[in-house]
Design a protein around this ligand. Structure first.
Ligand SMILES: Nc1ncnc2c1ncn2[C@@H]1O[C@H](COP(=O)(O)OP(=O)(O)O)[C@@H](O)[C@H]1O
Ligand SMILES: [Mg+2]
Length: 365
């Protein structure tokens, strides 16, 4: 019996050591905060970020240790009520430092039902990346873009009929089943484009509001891209099977994601890896509105990165870094995401460009 007990103690020890090692090894800064807002633990990443030591930091009020204005205070209160909050691009102003640090901050409750509740504060510095968030100012500029898009859509619509007709004629001439797969793709894609154009020109009210799973959108785009570029390109998938359905227009969403993936493929010159990742997000703020539930999808490529000169403007129409570019791809993507109540962000550095889409999930259908 005695022997047994000693083993159990040792086991507990090893587990604690392992957890400790994990915390020490994390790149994200982690703070443990008590109900009195005093910090009771910080990992080495937190010490580095906040430019302090565990000895000095522990016992301090977290609002003083990590001065982020009112936002953190609100998130701590929410955590006290059991809610997790993510503050994106919060500004951290350390007293000893001239410049501000931009961070993503997640505040979550730990054992808040017990009599000794704690709050976990995670701080992730984001400004080593050139990062850009599109906000309401961009939405205001969308009006002008909509007009351009409509005019353009009109111009696209005309040749589509011709392409479709020609593909059908060709289909009739082909005996090889494998080749007819290509004509089928042409017809299918022209149909998709044409219905998209219809919706663009026919006013946005006409777009569909049906439930769909974002995975079906990503998979459609992935397969389509692999048909276009069968060699040199690799897709990695990291899907969260629990993501809820979103409501909207499937065809438009395919177009939105396709524009992002096409850019990645072009930037990587058709060789490299594109990673598709999805996550369900609780308590997500999109355009200043808190949503109980949202879906996040990110598309990351390992290409050369976005030209820093363009970074601030890539979502604007007619902004392009390519000789044969129109600069409409990302503008349209942003427009489609916005129409779904969502948000698109981008972060880029050489070797890693990531577009992240957040889409709200409606509480009631
Ligand atoms: N994944 C990426 N990697 C590098 N640059 C990118 C990426 N995505 C977009 N860009 C830059 O953003 C510009 C705008 O893209 P977009 O709006 O689709 O217009 P276009 O593709 O017609 O240039 C591109 O020309 C390119 O310079
Ligand atoms: Mg493009």
């Amino acid at each position: 019996m005695h022997h047994y007990g000693a083993n159990a103690v040792q086991m507990k020890h090893t587990q604690a050591d392992a957890s400790r090692q994990v915390l020490d090894g994390l790149k994200v800064a982690v703070l443990l905060v008590g109900a009195d807002r005093r910090v009771s633990f910080m990992n080495p990443a937190a010490e580095a970020l906040l430019e302090t030591s565990t000895q000095r930091g522990c016992g301090q009020d977290v609002l003083e240790l990590a001065p982020m204005g009112m936002t953190l205070q609100g998130a701590l209160i929410a955590a006290g009520q059991g809610a997790t909050t993510t503050l994106r691009e919060a500004v951290l102003r350390l007293p000893m430092r001239a410049e501000e640090i931009t961070i993503d901050c997640t505040v979550s409750p730990l054992g808040h039902a017990s009599d000794k509740p704690f709050t976990i504060v995670e701080l992730n510095q984001v400004d080593q990346l050139a990062r850009m968030t599109r906000d309401t100012t961009l939405l205001e500029r969308q009006g002008a873009f909509n007009q351009v898009a409509r005019a353009l859509a009109h111009e696209i619509k005309n040749p589509l009929g011709g392409i479709r007709g020609a593909a059908q004629l060709l289909d009739g001439e082909l005996n090889d089943k494998a080749l007819r797969e290509y004509t089928r793709i042409i017809t299918h894609e022209t149909d998709r484009l044409s219905s998209l154009v219809d919706r663009l020109t026919g006013g946005y009210g006409a777009s569909e509001r049906k439930p769909f799973n974002l995975h079906s959108v990503l998979e459609h785009v992935r397969k389509l891209t692999l048909v276009e570029i069968p060699q040199g390109l690799k897709f990695e998938r990291d899907y969260d099977p629990s993501i809820p359905e979103v409501r909207g227009d499937h065809a438009q969403m395919v177009q939105a994601v396709l524009n992002i993936v096409r850019n990645a493929v072009q930037a990587m010159q058709s060789r490299g890896c594109i990673r598709l990742c999805t996550r369900a997000r609780r308590q997500c703020t999109i355009h200043n509105r808190r949503h109980r539930l949202a879906v996040e999808a990110s598309i990351t490529d390992d290409g050369p990165g976005i030209d820093p000169k363009l970074m601030e403007r890539i979502f604007f129409p007619m902004v392009t870094g390519r000789d044969d570019g129109t600069g409409l791809g990302l503008a349209l993507t942003q427009e489609i995401i916005a129409r779904h109540g969502g948000l698109i962000e981008c972060a880029s550095r050489p070797g890693q460009t990531c577009f992240t889409v957040f889409l709200p999930v409606e509480d009631r259908p």
